[in-house]
Ligand binder design. Structure first.
Ligand code: CUA
Length: 151
């Protein structure tokens, strides 16, 4: 009977649809952090490299930006990086879930306490880039930001 074929066709369509939704959900939005390290969120200030937050030169064209997110800002609130240099952002949170989002780039990380979330980017154009928090983290959420000066 035809109904049987339609039922099978319907089920196949459903499976394909769910697969596409699943793949999209995984590849887009909040990506799983690449360089995952765990740490005690209450001891961030004592845990290297976050005991000395800020920019660290790795080699001629590579820098590490070790940053702490907290209600309601980032430490440090401003860094300066050279044009074209590869910047590896290592970000952790001292309190609740925040995000580290640089509009206009592919840097968009969810920052969870207890983890270091890593992303890298090269700024090819000089200018002042704003970093924003995209996760609601409390009353000061809308004020949470930092600046990256690219020179
Ligand atoms: Cu931090 Cu919103």
């Amino acid at each position: 009977r035809y109904e049987k074929y339609w039922l099978i066709f319907g089920l196949c369509t459903l499976v394909v649809f769910l697969t596409i939704v699943g793949v999209n959900a995984f590849s887009g939005g909040h990506q799983p952090p690449t360089g995952m390290m765990t740490l005690d969120p209450t001891k961030v200030d004592q845990t290297p490299p976050f005991d000395q937050p800020g920019l660290k030169k790795v080699d001629d064209n590579t820098y590490e930006a070790n940053l702490i997110a907290m209600a309601f800002g980032y430490n440090p609130s401003k860094i300066e990086v050279p044009v074209g240099a590869k910047v590896i952002f290592n970000v952790t949170s001292k309190d609740v879930v925040h995000s580290f989002t640089i509009p206009g780039t592919n840097v968009n990380m969810m920052i969870t306490p207890g983890h270091v979330n890593t992303s890298e980017f090269s700024f090819d154009k000089p200018g002042s880039y704003l970093v924003l928090c995209n996760e609601y983290c409390g009353s000061g959420h809308h004020m949470m930001q930092m600046t990256i000066e690219v020179k």
